[in-house]
Design a binder for this molecule. Sequence first.
Ligand code: KIV
Length: 283
Amino acid sequence: MGRLSIHKLAEWKREDRRFAMLTAYDYAMARLVEQAGAPVILVGDSLGTVMLGHDSTVPVTMDDMLHHTKAVVRGTKRCLVVADMPFMSYQANPDEAVKNAGRLLQAGAGAVKLEGGSEMAPLVRRMVSAGIPVMGHLGLTPQSVNQFGGHKVQGKTPAAAARIIGDARALEEAGAFAIVLETVPAPLAKMVTERIGVPTIGIGAGVDCDGQVQVLHDLLGLFDDQRQFRHAKRYAVLGEAIRGAIREYVAEVEEGAFPTEEESFPMTEETLTELRQGASTPA
Ligand code: KIV
């Protein structure tokens, strides 16, 4: 059985079948995400914040994306792996953009995702005609966070909402196979979902999108000591579980309770005696 194809997602849209996408950025987590049944993995540029500790996705580079995409691909066999195009890898020069998207596919991704609406349509068309499947991303596009002035809900006015609907249509016409809708009012996401023929994937966009996406670290509660985004749901509190395990390890090392015989390797009495006798004679 090969990887999930973009055609399967189109089929699911026609069948009204919902699906989950989840981010992953490394081999171990990608394996777990696939084993747990998520059909699509996004190697999001959110890795800039959750893996690399940056304040935003803006500092993420092509090298970062290639490194993490390769690890995720190695950890999966069936998932469709979508790799984010990082800030300034596609905005400045269309030739450069197609080359960079091609590098992500050569790293093993099955598709790339880029942010932006109608203004990106010519580039999407060009990438698609070069054989590169493209996922769009509208609404709160994190690479433009400096322009938005923070993480604010997008598409709240009639004009802004109409622009998002028009952008979704333009991306679909240009050949995008799916569109992420981030932090937009739920009724607007429903409207977009009903009006376009490719799947919408929501994050903070209500329940009526065809798919949903979450950032893995939010879902697992790895940052349980930080404020959670409203759109994110903690399905576990692994931050505390991990701290608890590490606390126990540190305490056992300090007390001399780890390692026990169970985690140690023995030596026969005979070898030991020989060694002790030999140890008195320098080699
Ligand atoms: O980078 C990312 O994780 C994303 C999702 C929030 C859609 O783009």
